[in-house]
Write a new protein. Structure first.
Length: 385
């Protein structure tokens, strides 16, 4: 049984990961029961391999509308998780329960369900919780954060298997006392002939694209300030939505810089934006230590599509960019980022990746390969509870 806050046909990082994994599990003859909320917002075309496979049963429960504020997101995920309880306790007894984190309340429901049904619990941890709670200060009441962090640590350490998406996070969790930890990285589905970016002629200015979430985690104000300083040399397009979008729009207006803000795009529109770009920015703010062990899922997509990457990241994400030779890692200072863009303008050959990004993904970040590894891990847990 898979408990997740997002699943196909929604468009989100966890559903991309788990749609492939569920399909891979079923292809090996496993029955998979997915418990997820009703889709909200933009949905992709249905996938027959998921909806028409008799080995895959997708149970839905009512979901609150998507929230824009951090508090609203917490409330949504909490209420949705509570609504999932009757569904997760119904039907045949599973051999194992998997809870994806975030959303954080899903972890509590996974623990409760696994204990009531007396089956092993696997936690699929995508971010560095609970440390991110303290770093992000998402909980505004100082007295509440330590309580929530201790509860999360308790639940994670009680899992029968903890799966992280980065090696550094796995090491960190072992230090915290979690005994059975493995890493199954994110990635992309590599057999996608429809995922091709047309190559357009370069414009007079360097075209810089950021496409993704516009939240506190990204620290995109630096990009706006550099665009203001280089307004005659670069064109900046920011595509997406999030809690910091309006602040970025206001900052651009304050600096009197013309930045193109675009609402979230999907499907072929994503590829059209990549075709426009000379370089694509991947960014995580530098002052949260947990981001040393975080790799944005968007990075794998950019690598697979052989886009040139400007990486405002560190740690494992920076290591991937360097080892793939698909872009540059830049220190998160105004001067360093300005010099980086100037170098790309002076020598456009630096923008050519020579297909090294897609080669790296095929070797290291195939979701199908990760799905097969996951299937073996689950088989081992079931055989040796």
């Amino acid at each position: 049984m898979l408990l997740t806050h997002s699943f196909s046909p929604e468009v989100s990082p966890p559903q991309r990961r788990w749609s492939i994994f569920v399909d891979e599990l079923a292809s090996q003859g496993n029955e998979v029961h997915v418990v997820a909320p009703q889709p909200r917002g933009y949905v992709s075309p249905s996938r027959p391999e998921l909806t028409e496979n008799p080995l895959i049963n997708i149970s839905r429960y009512p979901s609150r509308p998507r929230a824009r504020t951090m508090l609203g997101k917490v409330l949504k995920h909490t209420i949705d998780a509570l609504r999932s309880i009757p569904v997760s306790l119904s039907g045949p007894k599973p051999d194992v329960i998997i809870a994806t984190v975030p959303a954080l309340p899903t972890l509590a429901i996974g623990y409760l369900t696994s204990r009531l049904r007396r089956v092993p619990l696997v936690v699929d941890l995508r971010d560095a919780w609970p440390d991110l709670l303290q770093e992000s200060q998402v909980i505004k009441w100082p007295w509440a954060e330590p309580i929530v962090s201790k509860c999360l640590s308790f639940l994670v350490t009680r899992s029968d298997l903890l799966v992280t998406v980065t090696k550094g996070l796995a090491v960190k969790m072992r230090i915290k006392g979690v005994k059975n930890v493995v890493t199954v990285p994110n990635g992309v589905e590599v057999d996608r002939p429809d995922m091709v970016v047309p190559r357009l002629a370069r414009g007079e200015k360097l075209r810089v694209l950021y496409l993704g979430n516009l939240g506190r985690s990204q620290g995109l104000d630096l990009l706006v300030r550099v665009a203001a300083d280089m307004r005659e040399q670069i064109s900046l397009r920011i595509v997406g939505n999030g809690t910091e979008r309006q602040a970025l729009v206001d900052l651009a207006a304050e600096l009197s810089v013309d930045i193109e803000f675009v609402d979230p795009v999907y499907g072929s529109s994503v590829l059209e934006n990549y075709a426009w770009a000379d370089t694509c920015v991947v960014s995580l703010r530098p002052d949260w230590p947990s981001f040393e062990h975080t790799v944005p899922s968007k990075l794998y997509e950019l690598l697979y599509l052989d886009q040139h990457i400007t990486g405002l990241v560190r740690g494992e994400a920076a290591g991937i960019i360097r080892s793939s030779h698909a872009g540059s890692v830049v220190s998160q200072s105004q001067a360093e980022l300005t010099n980086h863009f100037k170098a790309l303008i002076e020598d456009p050959s630096l923008l050519v990746t020579h297909g090294e990004g897609s080669s790296w993904v095929r070797e290291h970040a195939s979701l199908r390969q990760s799905g097969r590894k996951y299937a073996q891990l689950l088989a081992d847990i079931i055989a040796n509870p």
